[in-house]
Design a protein around this ligand. Structure first.
Ligand SMILES: C[S@@+](CC[C@H](N)C(=O)[O-])C[C@H]1O[C@@H](n2cnc3c(N)ncnc32)[C@H](O)[C@@H]1O
Length: 228
């Protein structure tokens, strides 16, 4: 993401750290099922390792559309005997394939945490980003959670536009979204305190700080919402 932006290594670590903290928090709330779309190349600890440290019986389904992630997916499948992990090679723009695959591992009558971390800025409005999230959420029962981080141009409009244009020239369309557009993903959900935040300010006490995260603005939003 934003491969031409010098903050990318910090942003990538901030997103991973957000995943660690939200997973810690969710497992602490009793969540035992996770559906992570846009997983990325495995980096320890992966989501299932964070969750299964707290709840060895946690069940995790990963999904990405990148064949490179598929090539490394075996690292995502080494979990506890009590729990379960699965990897789906699928595109978030094909929610039915994701839901069909996830149903083989997860019990959709019990709460599930759906995480879309640093994913949705790769899905433009023309591909129906908000509708896709709503479609996935519609299948999840009450008590489920939505976890998102997303890049924005709100804080650094000129740098963000320059990065977007360079990426476009390289064939990557980046859909940076405003706070309001980000908030729309959580329509109908109860936002967990502190609501929409810059990712590293979402419950920093639940994890370790990322070196460099305070050296300038991290141009993104993060939030967790609960389905009533
Ligand atoms: C910036 S990485 C984030 C990885 C991980 N969530 C993290 O925060 O470390 C974005 C991931 O989303 C995946 N991705 C991008 N577009 C996707 C799509 N349409 N469907 C599924 N995965 C997608 C990419 O292959 C990549 O692995």
């Amino acid at each position: 993401m934003l491969a031409l932006d010098p903050r990318v290594p910090v942003m990538a670590r901030v997103n991973r750290a957000f995943m660690h903290r939200t997973t810690n928090w969710l497992a602490g709330q009793g969540i035992r099922q996770f559906l992570d779309v846009g997983t990325g190349i495995p980096t320890e600890p992966n989501l299932h390792q964070v969750a299964q440290r707290i709840a060895p019986d946690a069940r995790v389904v990963y999904c990405d559309n990148d064949p490179i992630v598929l090539a490394h997916a075996v690292a995502l499948l080494r979990g506890t005997d009590e729990g379960a992990t699965e990897y789906l090679q699928a595109d978030v723009r094909d929610p039915d394939t994701i839901l069909d695959g996830a149903r083989k591992v997860l019990d959709f009558s019990r709460p599930i945490a759906l995480s879309l971390i640093a994913l949705l800025h790769f899905v433009p409005d023309e591909d129906g980003a908000h509708e896709l999230v709503a479609r996935l959420l519609a299948e999840l029962p009450s008590g489920s959670y939505l976890v998102i981080t997303h890049a924005t141009a709100d804080f650094t409009p000129e740098e963000s536009q320059a990065a977007t244009e360079k990426l476009k020239a390289a064939g990557v369309t980046l859909a940076l979204r405003s706070r309001e557009e980000f908030a729309r993903f959580f329509t109908g959900l109860d936002l967990i305190e502190p609501g929409i935040e810059v990712p590293h300010r979402w419950h920093p006490e639940l994890g370790d700080p990322v070196p460099g995260q305070d050296d300038g603005v991290i141009p993104g939003y993060g939030a967790v919402g609960r389905k009533p």
